[in-house]
Design a binder for this molecule. Sequence first.
Ligand code: ZN
Length: 395
Amino acid sequence: MSQITRREWAAGMVMTALAASACKREPERPKPQPLDISQYQPKSMLHVKETQVQRSRFPVIDFHTHLTWGNPAGDSVRVPMQPDEILAVMDRKNIRLMVNLTGGYDKAFEQAIATFQTPHPERFMVFTQPWFNRIVEPGYPKFQADELDRAHKAGAKGLKVLKTLGLVLREQVDKGSLVKVDDPRFDPMWEAAGALKMPVAIHTSDPEAFFLPIDRFNERFEELNAHPDWSFHGKDYPSDRELQEARFRVLARHPRTQFVVLHVGDSENLAYISEALDRYPNMHVEFGARIGELGRQPRTARKFFDKHQDRILFGTDAVPHGVDTPQQIFCDQLYEIYYRFLETDDEYFDYAPAPVPPQGRWRIYGIELPEAILRKVYWENAARLLGLNPNPPKA
Ligand SMILES: [Zn+2]
């Protein structure tokens, strides 16, 4: 008995000594293999529900697409995909109407109308754009207001303003100071849009991360690293908040004009946008290319949709053959992702048809909107602004 005890005691001493020496020894870990972050494509191991939403539950107006691009001179328009090819996708995905925002101006605009709206008036609407490079000319304010009237007579259903205003347009070509979003030279144009009942689709500023250094703390590092020209950090760029506030001053100054703030305005800060919607009755929002933001804050987003259900429009920012922006490539899969986000409670899925999430390495969650809100977001809210029947036509 005492021998066994002694043996056990001796064994215990040996183990203790081994453990002590193990503590002192450097742990032998295999050297981690280096991995370029751009090569990293982790596959989720979650076993969760995956819902295929081939068609939207109700007919859709896609309020934010780019089917044409007018050139600065206003004399020609680029058409990356012909209407027939686009219509085939629309029919499969239950899209009754697409709004082509970038119709350009002058002759280019007339071509855009002739290509899409004239042959298919029930399926396409074309917006016109301001003739920005004429801003330095004397008499521009009246000229631009008259141009809007002329475009309206030629078929323009609304006015689109790119983020160019505030971030690119300068007093002289490529130099001079940036023209402010609330520059009074545009006041007659905003007023004319209101008088003509043309909604204004306005894109101001960009993701908040685009205004920060492109470094390891930037949540959109890979996107900005691949496209450094998308950054508005430093130089003489205004801050995101300054741009947002300038746009709100325009909304306040032109209460009879209906504004659709594209990309939710500031999709990272829904509390800020929600307050603005409370303050400006002529404000609406559209969420093209921002389901990656809405879907990673699904509870906040769902409350936002509940509260502002009469002022939110469906849009994708779709671009036929878009290369740099997988989250915007016009295709069946793009719409299936949007529908899945709006209609299901699926968890942790990709917000873009791409092997790596292109706007940031996260995934999204569905917000499962009820039927009444879906009808408003898919159709009714846009129909009201565009002067269409509140009930979608039968396919
Ligand atoms: Zn766009």
